[in-house]
Design a protein around this ligand. Sequence first.
Ligand code: GLN
Length: 194
Amino acid sequence: GVRVGILALQGDVREHDRLLAQLGAEVTTVRRPDELAAVDALVIPGGESTVIDRLAHLAGLREPLREAIAGGMPVLGTCAGLILLAERLQDGVPGQQTLGGLDVTVRRNAFGRQAESFETDLVVPALQGPPVRAAFIRAPLIEELGPSAELLAALPDGRAVAARQGRVLGLAFHPESTGETRFHALFLQLAQER
Ligand code: GLN
């Protein structure tokens, strides 16, 4: 079967773990390069992208992660995970780096203080069934999609909140905290196809 890793440096690792196990995946945590080398696909959870980036640097994981993603490893990034997948970042802290893999410009904390958290329904044409109930928690926004990325979901006002490039999926919101399983199922399907 497919071995799915969750980057477990900081953030909501447990929610993804539970959801993926519920979908029948074999799940392990990834904190070191040798653990990354042992998985076929990776989830980068929500949390704080500046902290995850710094801990990835300390763990010697930045380059192995970049190489794995560039090499075609299926990746699902949510919220901070989307930030880490962005090729271009706005409103990062000094020295903050991203891993790339998704040809988008992402702005951190784009919804400001007054709207730090909200839930909304999103129409996601790539998924069958009802709209996605999505939780935005100090969420980033996709300011611009480059030619290699395709839009997966937008807010009703048109602002982009999810994108895909090949086997890389990036979501500004948290599907795992509202019981939404279809993005994880799509991710597992991409991992199995590989
Ligand atoms: N604001 C966080 C960051 O910059 C992301 C928030 C989240 O992952 N829920 O990484």
